[in-house]
Design a protein around this ligand. Structure first.
Ligand code: TPP
Ligand code: MG
Length: 319
């Protein structure tokens, strides 16, 4: 293991924060508090959190519609995150975007797009800027397995490779695109990893229930990218624990398989590692969970009591 104890603890704190925020989101959605719909990322957190544990200050990230709470790792507070989700003026996008637009450029987040795949080009554009300015920053570009079959993703990845741009393409391979299992829709079992040779990029394939393995693979690839050698691919095998959206009855898949896959829990793996190696105690973990529960309840209250965007601001930030 090359991860330091300090880094392992930091990763646990973020993983837990993101898990509990994703769970809180499911809870408040069921209470009818969330406008629009949400795509829960419970169970897939390590695919986002572990790579981001390799980031330096000033690096960029492009997220997807899933595991939006991972924006917390980029410094988005739970207050502004939940305020955005509830459509309030105090949210990251002043309530204009809602759950799929928890993003702020000041935190290095270059976007989250509802039209899947097109924001890959935005991430590559950020990579062009990093290279042109020679500022040493890199870009983390997250996409789902289904999105990896979009034409504009291939175009963006080809360009990134041609111009040796500092981008880590992370594929959260949760096996599904809405109701379609990728075994029936994608020509190769590992949609990003298998195609990486076609983009002339180095790639790693890792299991998403092992956060340390994800971190170490990401570290190896980001070290390569930071040396100026060009982009790389990290595919993380996860499983979508919940429906595509809340309310999805999942009639298209076997519930017993889902139950089995839920036993492969990234949080449980990391907790075992920390406990077995005497890095953290069970009491400290309990304390952390209690603190996060309070912080999240306060964030929801902050969001609920925040003002709606003013009517006369309706044309502001509209392009
Ligand atoms: C361009 C585009 N086509 C279709 C959709 C509808 N859509 C929303 S989520 C989704 C599935 C995406 O699957 P994947 O990339 O694997 O991400 P996951 O939902 O599994 O996290 C689709 C097809 C969309 N948002 N944008
Ligand atoms: Mg998917």
């Amino acid at each position: 293991m090359s991860i330091s104890n300090e880094k392992a603890i930091d990763m646990y704190k973020e993983l837990l924060a993101v898990r509990m925020a994703e769970e809180k989101l499911v809870e408040i959605y069921a209470l009818g508090k969330v406008p629009g719909h949400i795509h829960s990322g419970v169970g897939e957190e390590a695919a986002y959190v572990a790579p981001l544990m390799t980031k330096n200050d000033g690096d960029y990230a492009k997220f997807t519609h899933r595991v939006i709470a991972a924006t917390h790792v980029m410094g988005i507070t739970f207050n502004e995150m939940f305020a955005e989700i509830l459509g309030k003026d105090t949210g990251t996008s002043h309530g204009r975007g809602g759950v799929n637009h928890v993003a702020h450029l000041k935190n290095g987040i270059v976007g989250v797009a509802g039209s899947l795949g097109v924001d890959t080009e935005v991430a590559v554009g950020a990579g062009v800027s990093c290279k042109y300015l020679e500022n040493g920053k890199i870009v983390y570009c997250f996409n789902g397995d289904g999105t990896h079959s979009r034409g504009n993703v291939h175009e963006a990845m080809n360009l990134a490779s041609m111009w040796k741009l500092p981008v880590l393409f992370v594929c959260d391979d949760n096996q599904f695109a809405i109701s379609a299992n990728h075994a029936n829709t994608i020509c190769t079992p590992n949609p990003a990893y298998d195609r990486a040779p076609g983009y002339a990029m180095p790639a790693r394939l890792v299991e998403g229930d092992d956060p340390i393995a994800v971190y170490e693979a990401a570290k190896e690839l980001t070290d390569y990218i930071r040396e100026g050698k060009g982009p790389a691919v990290l595919e993380v095998k996860t499983y979508r624990w919940r429906g595509h959206f809340e309310g999805d009855q999942c009639a298209y898949r076997d519930a017993s398989v889902t139950e089995e896959m839920r036993k492969r829990d990234c949080i449980a793996t990391l907790e075992k590692y920390l406990l077995d190696n005497g890095i953290m105690s069970a009491e400290d973990m309990e304390l952390l969970k209690n603190e996060l529960a309070v912080e999240l309840d306060q964030a929801v209250e902050y969001a609920e009591t925040s003002p709606e965007p003013a009517l006369d601001s309706v044309y502001r930030n509209v392009y």
